[in-house]
Ligand binder design. Structure first.
Ligand SMILES: *[C@@H]1O[C@H](CO)[C@@H](O)[C@H](O)[C@H]1NC(C)=O
Ligand SMILES: *[C@@H]1O[C@H](CO)[C@@H](O)[C@H](O)[C@H]1NC(C)=O
Ligand SMILES: *[C@@H]1O[C@H](CO)[C@@H](O)[C@H](O)[C@H]1NC(C)=O
Ligand SMILES: *[C@@H]1O[C@H](CO)[C@@H](O)[C@H](O)[C@H]1NC(C)=O
Length: 244
């Protein structure tokens, strides 16, 4: 199953080099996840590469796992309709999983790295979210709370969309940033992102980050409610939450 040769390593290295030089400009993404838990990572690609072979590369054992592979502790699934493939890793252990990984594809024999990260499994992750999947209705609101460890209190905190890498920065009043996203930071252990006036196109993968540590969140926006039952329930829960 481990398939690589010298040429491949060469291209991988070139790919990583290009990737780091162009996309990441020096900084590195560290995805922090809880011991024993699981994580899903989105790998976006250009729509024109819909039919290309894509894979998840692990630097730990230099293995490539191609799309539409489902194993007990690893799934790599292509979602061409969304121009991404997702990688889910389960039963995380730091001894086994800590390391560098890349989303990549082969185009005319060359490896193109589209995303790279360092996975760090921790008993108390540096950055975490209560749920990595949230959903809301068109026109409604959604809020996501991101927790960070004490060492990250003074780091730059952001809420970003994977697809275009657009970010909202905590504590920075920037009138050109969209007022439909509000972020409040308790200055101690978490910040909360409130997204109002949801649109169907807001669906997709986001991440919250503190410094170089991040955690992905999937947002699902469904069509507006026709009836009133759910909106009453929704309002009721929002009322309860606002009382806390
Ligand atoms: C999946 O992870 C569990 C827990 O670490 C381990 O016991 C099991 O052998 C793993 N399965 C495979 C197929 O590697
Ligand atoms: C992977 O599965 C998706 C549907 O889940 C399908 O659209 C896609 O063509 C498959 N890709 C490959 C390479 O088999
Ligand atoms: C304000 O936001 C815009 C768009 O996100 C960005 O280009 C600009 O650099 C930001 N300005 C400051 C002062 O942060
Ligand atoms: C803010 O977002 C709303 C809805 O998502 C959009 O209609 C509007 O154009 C955005 N404004 C800016 C300045 O990006």
């Amino acid at each position: 199953m481990v398939t690589y040769d010298k040429t491949e390593i060469f291209y991988i290295s070139i790919g990583i080099w290009l990737f780091l030089g162009q996309v990441n400009s020096g900084s590195y993404n560290i995805l922090t996840v809880k011991t024993g838990g699981s994580v899903t990572i989105p790998c976006y690609y250009d729509r024109k590469y819909k039919h290309q072979k894509k894979y998840w590369h692990s630097e730990i054992d230099m293995s490539n796992t191609y799309t539409n592979t489902t194993e007990e502790n690893l799934s790599v699934i292509d979602r061409p309709d969304q121009s991404l493939f997702t990688v889910t890793i389960r039963n995380l252990r730091s001894t086994k999983h800590d390391g560098h990984y890349y989303c990549a594809m082969k185009i005319e024999g060359k490896t193109i790295v589209t995303y790279g990260l360092y996975l760090q499994v921790q008993s108390e992750p540096d950055v975490s979210v209560v749920s990595s999947s949230v959903s809301g209705h068109e026109g409604g609101d959604i809020s996501v709370q991101c927790f960070y460890s004490s060492g990250y209190q003074d780091k730059l905190e952001e809420w970003c969309r994977y697809k275009d890498q657009s970010c909202y920065t905590v504590g920075r009043t920037n009138t050109s940033q969209n007022s439909s996203v509000q972020i409040s930071d308790d200055g101690r252990s978490s910040f909360t992102v409130l997204r109002t006036g949801l649109r169907l196109t807001d669906s997709g993968w986001y991440y919250c980050s503190a410094g170089e540590a991040l955690n992905p969140v999937h947002l699902t926006v469904t069509e507006a409610e026709q009836g009133t039952f759910f909106s009453i329930i929704h309002k009721y829960f929002r009322f309860c939450l606002s009382q806390n």
